[in-house]
Design a protein around this ligand. Structure first.
Ligand code: DXP
Ligand SMILES: NCC(=O)COP(=O)(O)O
Length: 237
């Protein structure tokens, strides 16, 4: 089974546009769960342009499915995660101010840093996942960081999919085969949508979870949140 974790960053973006509490992020998280989402993902960034640090504490009190916090592991982020103890932390190598996540870790160069951070999260019983591209060297070195999972950065897949789906998926299949053979569990995310999700799921063996935000929230404008979540869940069957 592949779980759907709904990334609610965009809900916070809309809320922050007016300074009030509309839409109510906590209520949306609860509704995503009610409509069938199997997880809630957030990505607090240092500029708090969407998810604010306080949101993490507020969401922790209500999320009953899998809570996944993504971000660059600076001291503030590490403390935030340790104080909130989500089921999963996803480490992303984003420099501050980046528009959106656009690359995975260089797991060879950053191995010692990742090892240290991952050890601390695992000592606190928090499952770890690290954001990676499909280069085999990054998968080979991911296992040595001690991480439980990798999350494939699917931006390149989403970009190539409309041109040629077989070419788009090819490197992900090779990387997934290697990850599976090493015992690394696999998540995926970034720019997955109703067109490209089912093909990704069908071609990647043992895909544990996808986290989807941008396209899903855009689709909800047309279909409504409940119907949209059902559509994404049916792509994962
Ligand atoms: C880690 C990742 O893939 C990102 O998709 C991220 O969570 C999205 O962040 P923004 O919503 O800030 O673009
Ligand atoms: N980890 C990826 C994520 O949470 C959502 O990415 P996107 O669907 O907003 O591109």
């Amino acid at each position: 089974m592949t779980k759907l974790s709904v990334n609610i960053n965009k809900i916070a973006t809309i809320r922050n546009a007016r300074g009030g509490n509309l839409p109510n992020l906590v209520q949306v998280a609860k509704d995503c769960e009610k409509f069938g989402a199997q997880g809630i993902t957030i990505h607090p960034r240092p500029d708090e342009r969407h998810i604010r640090y306080q949101d993490v504490y507020d969401l922790k009190k209500v999320v009953t499915t899998e809570f996944n916090i993504e971000g660059f592991p600076n001291t503030q982020f590490i403390n935030l995660v340790l104080e909130n103890k989500p089921e999963q932390v996803t480490l992303v190598p984003d420099p501050p101010g980046v528009l959106t996540s656009n690359a995975g870790w260089d797991t060879l160069k950053q191995k010692d840093f990742l090892k240290e951070v991952i050890k601390e999260f695992k000592q606190n019983n928090i499952r770890t996942s690290i954001f990676v591209d499909t280069q085999l060297v990054n998968i080979e070195n991911a296992i040595e960081t001690g991480t439980d999972r990798i999350e494939f950065y699917t931006g390149p897949y989403a970009e190539d999919f409309p041109k040629n789906n077989e070419i788009a998926i090819a490197e992900y299949v090779k990387a997934a085969d290697l990850a599976n053979s090493l015992g690394l569990e696999i998540n995926a995310g970034h720019d997955l949508n109703l067109e490209n999700l089912n093909y990704f799921k069908n071609n990647i063996i043992n895909l544990k979870e996808v986290s989807i935000g941008h396209a899903l929230i855009c689709d909800a404008l047309y279909f409504g949140l409940e119907e949209t979540i059902k559509k994404y869940l049916s792509c994962l069957k």
